[in-house]
Write a protein that binds this ligand. Structure first.
Ligand SMILES: *Cc1c(COP(=O)(O)O)cnc(C)c1O
Length: 241
């Protein structure tokens, strides 16, 4: 058995145990395999082990892999999870199924328009990235601005608003991690309850949080997508990580 296959089995077991501990159904948690910096053959290997959803951070690198694996496209689901600049939105609209890292209306608006150029594709699924670690304000919007951005995005055609995504600051202890995830969940639930019956919120069901080191804590706090790289594919080169 390859190390990727063995790692995938171990990660699935971690998800299952964390779900059971939280009295949740393991099937309600999607495992997103984060394949950034790893070659197409690693993705194929994971696919043969039953993995279908993959996450990428860099547009150029991702598009090369997606087009290289074009034959497998119908079985794969591609999620863009990295920072996204305006000049890269077209490629994302053309090649991806999901974007987790929306933190500006302008980016969502461009994706909406550009998705319209591909009538054969379904809607692009969007999550808003929130920033829950004030010291690192590189990406994500403050929780207090999430609802307004949701309201704006919910009205756009060809994109579907799915929920919130968060990356807590590294090196938090488990109590702080858990508190951070809990804040995102609270914000998500408040938005969901308030807009329950409005158009544009029919599929508002996603909390994208948890990675290799903190997936159990995230699942305990209601995560529905865990984004796992290292625990599946191994350590990345520092330069590209
Ligand atoms: C790289 C990355 C991951 C995966 O992190 P690991 O610690 O390797 O599991 C998850 N989410 C985002 C946004 C990433 O950039």
């Amino acid at each position: 058995m390859s190390h990727i296959t063995a790692n995938l089995m171990a990660v699935r077991q971690r998800i299952e145990l964390a779900a059971l501990a939280a009295q949740r159904e393991p099937e309600d948690i999607l495992l997103l395999a984060v394949s950034k910096t790893f070659p197409a053959h690693a993705i194929e290997e994971a696919m043969h082990a039953g993995q279908t959803a993959f996450g990428e951070n860099y547009v150029q690198e991702a598009v090369e892999k997606i087009t290289g694996l074009a034959k497998l496209r119908p079985w794969l689901e591609w999620h863009f999870i990295g920072p996204l600049q305006s000049n890269k939105t077209r490629e994302v609209a053309e090649h991806f199924d999901w974007v987790h890292s929306i933190d500006r209306f302008k980016i969502a608006e461009r994706l909406s328009v550009q998705r319209g150029e591909f009538p054969d594709l379904g809607d692009l699924q969007l999550c808003i990235q929130v920033n829950i670690s004030q010291e690192d304000s590189k990406s994500g919007i403050p929780l207090a601005e999430a609802e307004a951005l949701c309201m704006a995005i919910s009205k756009l055609p060809r994109v579907t608003l799915r929920g919130l995504m968060a990356i807590p600051a590294p090196n938090l202890d488990m109590v702080m991690q858990s508190a951070a995830f809990g804040l995102v969940r609270e914000c998500f639930l408040q938005i969901k309850i308030k807009h329950l019956n409005e158009r544009g919120y029919e599929f508002f069901d996603t909390l994208s949080m948890g990675m290799s080191d903190d997936m159990e804590t995230a699942i305990a706090q209601g995560s529905t997508i865990v984004r796992v790289g290292t625990a599946i594919f191994g350590k990345r080169d520092k330069i590209n990580a």
